[in-house]
Structures are given as structure tokens and as C-alpha cells.
Design a protein around this ligand. Structure first.
Ligand SMILES: [Zn+2]
Length: 213
């Protein structure tokens, strides 16, 4: 177990190791950031965004919250996506959930969770949308894991509903939105192979915000 005091020692060691590999590392890092990827994931401590993708500092813009939710009234998530698309011009947006997610499990409990109620409501809404399929899964853990996948799918749709994403894609053909699930038991990422063009076309019947005929 690492103590609080050891964090500073760890930091000094990290700086030394980065400098040993590249003595101009921090000069470059302190310049402009231009990440290709925006990663939206769960706050769970077991899923460090950079590490699972093998990315260095500066290579991925990161937003994390409980159960990787993208809600249209969440000023934080909306700001992150807007900034990443309009200013950083990221080419890919990844929504990454994970199996055995505490937030997803909590959303399936018939309990008052206090301040978490409105947050978990986003996931209960995903359950309602896919209730027939989920109720058909007998094994409780498999049902949680399927909801984790469906939650990723719905949060990807929420990203694609955003004006900044639709407008940028129309003009530049990016960003493309991807849905992933991380498996804590194996360390592997599963790509849910969301068909971005098909989802965009489908949601634009109702959520078209581009102002084009
Ligand atoms: Zn989680």
C-alpha cells in the first residue's frame, strides 16, 4: 500500500525516469497539446486510461465519471466533448465501459442511493430501453455485463447527438465515435464495433443539429 508521503517520492522518480529516456520531455510536454483521442471512461481506479491503451502523456484527452455517462445536462461532460472536438480536433472519441462496473450494478438495485439517484437514472433509462433483452438473461452477472455494454452503446449515441460532433463530422469526416468495454479479468479491450455512420444517419432523423437541408 502506498502512503500519501510516498506520492512525492514516486513523482520525483517518475520525472527522473522520463528525463533519462528523453531530456527534452518536459519542454515538449509544456508546449501545445494535440491529442488524437478523447477517452470517456469510468472513474473506477482499476482502469487507467493511458496505460490500457499504451499512450504517453499528451496523447489522449480524458474524461471520467461513474459508469462513463454522457448526459446532455452535464456541463462537465458537454464542455469536455466540445473542447476536444472544436479546439483540439480529436479524430476519435472512445466511450469505454467495463465489466463488473459498480455504477452499473448500483443502477439495477431497488434502493434509494441519495445524491447518486439522478446520476444512476441515466443507466436505469438504458435498462428501460433494453428491458426485454436484459430481463431475458438469467445469470445476474451476465445481465450486469450486458447492461455495461448497452450503456456504452447508449452513451456513444449521446455523444453523436451533440451539435459539435455532427457539424465537425460533416465538415471534416471526424471525429468517429467508438464504444469499448474493458475486461478487468483479462485486461483486454473489447470493441463493440459500433457502426458510426449508421448510428449518425439514424439519429439525425430526430437529433439533426447541423442546420443543413
Ligand atoms: Zn465502473
Amino acid at each position: 500500500m502506498t502512503t500519501y508521503e510516498e506520492l512525492f517520492e514516486n513523482n520525483r522518480r517518475w520525472v527522473a525516469s522520463m528525463m533519462a529516456k528523453d531530456k527534452h520531455f518536459f519542454e515538449r510536454l509544456s508546449g501545445q497539446q494535440s491529442p488524437e483521442f478523447l477517452y470517456i471512461g469510468c472513474s473506477d481506479s482499476r482502469i487507467p486510461a493511458n496505460e490500457i491503451m499504451g499512450l504517453e502523456p499528451g496523447e489522449v484527452f480524458v474524461h471520467r465519471n461513474i459508469a462513463n455517462v454522457v448526459a446532455s445536462v452535464d456541463l462537465n461532460a458537454m464542455s469536455v466533448v466540445n473542447y476536444a472536438v472544436a479546439q483540439l480536433h480529436v479524430k476519435h472519441i472512445i466511450v469505454c465501459g467495463h465489466y463488473n462496473c459498480g455504477g452499473v450494478k448500483a443502477a439495477m438495485q431497488p434502493k434509494d442511493m441519495g445524491i447518486l439517484n439522478p446520476w444512476l437514472r441515466n443507466i436505469r433509462d438504458v435498462y428501460r430501453l433494453h428491458q426485454a433483452e436484459l430481463d431475458g438473461i438469467q445469470d445476474e452477472h451476465k445481465r450486469y455485463d450486458r447492461l455495461a455494454e448497452l450503456n456504452v452503446q447508449e452513451q456513444c449515441i449521446n455523444v453523436i447527438k451533440m451539435a459539435v460532433v455532427q457539424k465537425s463530422y460533416m465538415k471534416n469526416r471526424y471525429p468517429v465515435v467508438h464504444g469499448w468495454v474493458f475486461d478487468l479479468e483479462t485486461g483486454h479491450i473489447k470493441d463493440l464495433a459500433i457502426d458510426f455512420d449508421a448510428v449518425l444517419k439514424n439519429i439525425q432523423k430526430i437529433y439533426d443539429l447541423t442546420g443543413e437541408e
